[in-house]
Design a protein around this ligand. Structure first.
Ligand SMILES: C[S@@+](CC[C@H](N)C(=O)[O-])C[C@H]1O[C@@H](n2cnc3c(N)ncnc32)[C@H](O)[C@@H]1O
Length: 459
């Protein structure tokens, strides 16, 4: 037993509508887009909400249904597997998504069973046809009879780690990766995974506006760690005038700290050329541009042309910046050209799963080795790009040990590289040290699980 209590966390009052409704149909369309066209829910959902003009209450219910059912897919499928005579993969994918949508309402929202079952059956009739609605009706009635999520978890087989995975909506391999990265006894693991399963607060960064003024404008509070952060309790950041004008932007406070960390390392000698080697879409580059001392030139690079274009937009109006579309492993610049280099490496994103509900089920352990190879090559190139005495910040939005500590340890074996301790440069951030490196966590810091390491080139 994990003791993971979800009571009250997902209850929703708007659940007594026995007819086909816009919220459930829209939530289904999000699930269908994700499973049939590999859509990203965080892009598709806002688009559908705009097109269909759902009122605020229905929009909130749609978001809860769509994101919740996507996050809970592993648990929902574990329950459904025992109730359907065929393997789930052999079901009509539309039927499977409808079953997930209905089961999610029963297990996690505790929607009265007649409402959850009847509305899903009506949706099935409209979307798939009468033939399938009998199956959906029969299966969902069995789900309802079995009780809520905790009752079902008690009945499903599995060891403690499997139960924890099901209780916190994570694939087992990600639970193992987080356990390994947390590195202590397991006391924090469940809190970490539950925090990773909750919708994140919106964080803003005050780039060209005083942050107290931004906090007042956004109805938020100054963030605890970054001097530029404002945390919004809710609401649409697109309605904040300073966000629309570009004076502020949405950016996780952890990402802000990762960019600021690079600027805080004391350097001997020149400090006039900074490089952001994997800059797209430009969040950290824009913060570096805003906080750099006068006279510093910022070069921002991305391999993907459309991502480099987003960096150009993020940096538009900034003096002394250059944006390049280039492969960081084959740099077009001369060795030792830069004083500070940010390498915010492409990674599995296991530390930012809160933002993309479906990604946890798309990623697999096979994604890790090719990324580690790329990260290693990029770090090698970053170290070649920095001058002797200069510094590289290696950052990932994943805590996975293979993508973080192991990549940095391998680079640190070079005899021209020194690892610098991160924690002293983030003195206000409690419990951030992961050995010499830095590691933020959603349950400790309210941020994404960002990893940060600093490497100085010694000669
Ligand atoms: C984690 S994202 C960077 C996020 C960015 N720093 C920000 O704060 O907005 C990693 C980026 O690396 C880029 N990338 C991947 N391989 C690359 C390579 N070989 N050279 C340069 N950029 C690369 C990807 O296109 C992606 O935009």
């Amino acid at each position: 037993m994990t003791g993971a209590s979800r009571k009250g966390r997902r209850r929703h009052p708007a659940t007594r509508r026995p007819v086909l409704d816009g919220a459930r149909l829209t939530a289904y369309d999000v699930l269908d887009g994700v499973s049939s066209r590999a859509a990203y829910a965080n892009l598709l959902l806002p688009q559908l909400l705009r097109e269909r003009e759902l009122d605020e209450r229905d929009a909130a219910f749609t978001t809860q249904l769509a994101y919740g059912a996507l996050r809970a897919q592993g648990t929902l499928d574990a329950v459904l597997t025992g109730l359907v005579s065929r393997p789930l993969a052999e079901l009509d994918p539309r039927v499977l998504d409808l079953l997930r949508l209905g089961a999610y309402q029963l297990l996690d929202l505790r929607v009265p069973s007649h409402a959850a079952v009847d509305t899903t059956v009506a949706l099935t009739r409209a979307i798939v046809g009468t033939g399938a609605s009998g199956l959906v009706n029969a299966v969902l009635r069995k789900v309802a009879t079995g009780g809520d999520r905790e009752a079902w978890l008690d009945r499903l087989d599995g060891d403690a780690a499997t139960r924890l995975a099901l209780a916190t909506d994570h694939p087992r391999w990600i639970v193992d990766a987080w356990r390994d990265a947390l590195g202590r006894d397991d006391t924090e693991l469940e809190a970490a995974l539950l925090a990773d399963d909750a919708a994140p607060e919106v964080h803003l960064v005050a780039r060209r506006i005083d942050r107290e003024a931004l906090a007042a404008e956004a109805g938020g509070q100054p963030g605890p760690w970054s001097p530029y952060a404002v945390r919004m309790p809710g609401g649409d950041p697109g309605r904040v005038a300073s966000v629309r004008s570009g004076a502020a932007a949405v950016q996780d406070e952890g990402s802000q700290l990762a960019a600021l960390l690079l600027t805080r390392v004391p350097l001997d000698g020149p400090d006039a050329a900074w490089l952001d080697m994997c800059a797209g879409p430009g969040g950290k580059a824009a913060l570096l541009a805003a906080v750099r001392p006068e006279g510093v030139r910022l070069t921002a690079v991305d391999r993907a042309p459309h991502r480099a274009e987003l960096v150009r937009q993020a940096l538009s109006g900034e003096p002394d910046v250059e944006v390049l579309t280039a492969d960081g492993t084959r740099p077009p610049w001369a060795p030792a050209s830069f004083d500070r280099v940010l390498l915010d490496a492409p990674c599995t994103g296991l530390g930012a799963l809160r933002r993309r509900p479906e990604v946890r089920w798309r990623r697999t352990p096979d994604d890790v080795p090719p990324l580690v190879e790329l990260q290693t090559a990029l770090l090698d190139s970053a170290l070649a790009s920095v001058r002797p005495g200069g510094v590289v910040a290696y950052v990932t939005c994943s805590p996975h040990t293979a993508e973080t500590v192991a990549v940095v340890d391998a680079a640190a074996r070079r005899d021209d590289v020194e690892v610098l301790p991160v924690a002293p440069l983030l003195p206000d951030v409690p419990d951030v040290a992961r050995g010499d490196h830095g590691q933020l966590w959603p349950h400790r810091h309210g941020t994404d699980a960002m990893f940060m390491a600093l490497l100085r080139r010694t000669r």
